[in-house]
Design a protein around this ligand. Structure first.
Ligand SMILES: [Zn+2]
Length: 359
């Protein structure tokens, strides 16, 4: 049996085509059609309003309403479960109305609000807590950085999304969230820990430290929902870890020459920050070299310890490192390239160096 795309099967334009409902006109993403419940097919005015974006229908005359699956079920006098199964077996006939698979992303202020509220609703389970403590993170550090276990239970996930919506948040444009086949909001889940990526005090996105290696044996991925219905793609954000007693403006506006660390991968950046207390910039496995140059100039950086984790080193083009090193050195910044080989006490030599400088 051929498997059709489930989103296309449950798309309301497919449902009206399968039911041969007569379309009258179309305004934007709304289609007006002859209502199968209260109108006869020779009428010239269509009372059935079909919202192709939300995938719902409502009749302005008889007030029947529901989802695309409800429409198919009600016309055929069958249950929604049976309707869903039947729709999956038929080759979809779609109207050429675009439906969003990749929303424009919301700005960092909005993402920060949604992600903070989202993380508040999640816990950190014992397994993940132990894992983080084995990496020498304290309870306080874990709490301050909002490390949370990803809830993977489908019902709980949808409840969390409902709570966010009740708080007034719109989830389109927030990477990670999408509308499921029942058109309820859901989010992409993987077994692992959310590592919020914070820049200028705002959560830009969520990086995921996976429990198990994924395909391409990576352990780190973005919380992203591109190619899902009403989903949004994450971009490659960077984060800056700094002493929480120093505010963001002072991190940038300082005349003192700084020695900082740049680390590929967020969990490595956290380990280095935890072990050294230097300013650490965490970058995903790919970053724009001009962004790096801009932020190091802004911070008045004179020396960079560039750390690569083993995965990134093996899988990222060495050109990225070469480009970063070149652009920094061309701007008179000293670069010390290092590979993080030991698991947890990486960077401990820098701590002493740092303390000496302060003394
Ligand atoms: Zn009607």
């Amino acid at each position: 049996m051929k498997n059709y795309n489930v989103f296309e099967c449950v798309n309301i334009t497919n449902v009206i085509n399968q039911l041969h409902i007569k379309k009258i006109n179309q305004i934007g993403y709304n289609i007006y059609a002859v209502c199968p419940f209260c109108q006869s097919s020779n009428e010239k005015k269509g009372y059935l309003k079909i919202n192709t974006l939300k995938n719902v229908y409502v009749c302005k005359q008889c007030e029947s309403s529901g989802s695309s699956i409800d429409l198919y079920a009600n016309v055929n006098f069958i249950t929604t479960k049976a309707a869903y199964k039947m729709l999956l077996r038929k080759k979809p006939i779609l109207d050429n109305i675009s439906y969003t698979y990749n929303n424009p992303i919301k700005d960092e202020y909005y993402r920060d609000l949604v992600y903070r509220s989202f993380l508040e609703k999640l816990q950190l389970n014992d397994f993940h807590c132990k894992k983080l403590k084995d990496m020498k993170f304290t309870d306080e550090y874990i709490r301050d950085n909002l490390f949370k276990s990803i809830e993977v239970n489908n019902n709980k996930k949808k409840l969390i999304c409902m709570e966010l919506q009740k708080e007034g948040f719109k989830l389109e444009g927030i990477p990670g969230f999408f509308q499921d086949t029942d058109f309820k909001w859901n989010y992409k889940s993987h077994k692992g820990i959310f590592i919020p990526v914070v820049l200028d005090g705002k959560i830009q996105g969520l990086r995921i430290l996976l429990d198990e290696k994924y395909d391409l044996d990576t352990k780190n991925i973005w919380f992203s929902s591109n190619n899902e219905y009403n989903g949004t793609k994450a971009t490659n954000w960077a984060m800056v870890l700094k002493d929480k007693n120093i505010n963001w403006i002072d991190t940038y506006n300082s005349n003192n020459k700084k020695s900082i660390i740049i680390a590929t991968e967020m969990i490595l950046a956290h380990k280095l920050f935890n072990n050294t207390n230097k300013i650490v910039i965490g970058i995903p496995n790919n970053i724009d070299k001009d962004w790096i140059l801009n932020i190091t100039k802004k911070m008045n950086v004179s020396e960079v310890f560039l750390y690569a984790d083993q995965y990134t080193l093996l899988h990222t083009s060495t050109l990225m490192y070469k480009n970063i090193i070149k652009v920094l050195e061309d701007n008179n910044i000293k670069v010390d390239f290092r590979v993080a080989l030991t698991e947890n006490d990486i960077g401990s030599d820098l701590k002493q160096q740092n303390n000496k400088k302060i003394a």
